[in-house]
Design a protein around this ligand. Sequence first.
Ligand code: HEC
Length: 272
Amino acid sequence: MRTEAGRPRRALLAAALLAAAGAAPHGAWAAEEASGGAQATAGFGADWQSWHAANDVADMASVQRGARNFVSYCLGCHSLKYERWSRLAQDLGVPPRLLEQDLLPPGDKPAQYILTSMPAADSQAWFGKTPPDLSLMARARGQDYLYQFLRTFYVDPASQTGANNLRLPATAMPHVLSELEGLKRAVYRQAAGTAQGQGTQQVFDHFEQIAPGRLSAAEYAGFVRDTVNFLDYVSEPTQTARRALGVWVVLFLLAFTWLAWLVKREYWKDVH
Ligand code: HEC
C-alpha cells in the first residue's frame, strides 16, 4: 500500500466517503480527480507537492493503458533496457497478434529488449542530454515524483524547449504531452524576504490553463497515472506475483506454527 502521508485530510475524507459509497473503485484518488474537473476554470496546482500517484500495479487494465501510452509518447526517446517485449506481453496478457500490431516497433522481435530508436548521440546533440533509461526510474525516484513530474510542465519562453517543470526545474525534456494536456503557465507571487531578509522573491503560486488539450484535466491525470503505473510495473515486473505469494507464505507459516504447537503438546504431555 502506498503511503498517503501528506494528502490533505479533506481529500482523504472525501475519497473515503466515495469509496464507501462504492462510487469509485479507486477511492484514494477519486477526490483529486473530482477537483481536477474544476481545474479548467480556476487556478490549480498550488498543492502540487502533495499530489500522489496512488497507482495500483494489480490494476492490469491501467498497466496496459500505461504500456500503450509509453509506446506512443515515450519510446521515441526513452528505453526500458531491462525488459523484453515478450515479457511485457506475457505479464500484461497481450496476445502475440496484438503485441505485433499495437506495441512492437516495425522490425523489432518479441525477444528483444525495449529499446528506443533514437541514437544517443542525436539526443545528446538535440537536448544536451541523453534521455535516461526508464526501467528502474519508478524505484529510483518514486511513483509520486514521476506523477508530479509529468503533471507540472508549464510554458516557459526562456527555456530551449519552450517548457519548464516544477519537479525538475530547467529540465531538458520537452513537454511531450502538451497535445493532450494543453498549455498552462505558472503564476508567481511575491514572498517575504529570503533567509538573509533581503527584498522579496518570486515563489510559485498556481497554474493557469492557457490553451486546452485533447483531454480534460481529470482525463489527463488518469493518463499520467496509468503511465506511472506502467513504469512502476516495469521497475519490478514480479511485484504483483510477489505480493500474492506473500499471502500464501504467511498462511503456511501460521498453519505450520499450529502443527508445531500440536507436536510440542504431544511430546510434553507425559512430562507434566
Ligand atoms: C523528445 C524526447 C523525449 C520524450 C518523447 C520523452 N522524454 Fe522524458 N526525458 C527526455 C530528456 C532529454 C530527459 C532528460 C531531462 C533532464 O535530465 O533534464 C528526460 C527525462 C525523463 C525523466 C527523468 C526525470 C528525472 O528526474 O531525471 C523521466 C521520468 C521521463 N523523462 C519520463 C518520460 C515519460 C514518462 C515520457 C512519455 C510520456 C517521456 N519522458 C517522453 C526526453 C524525452
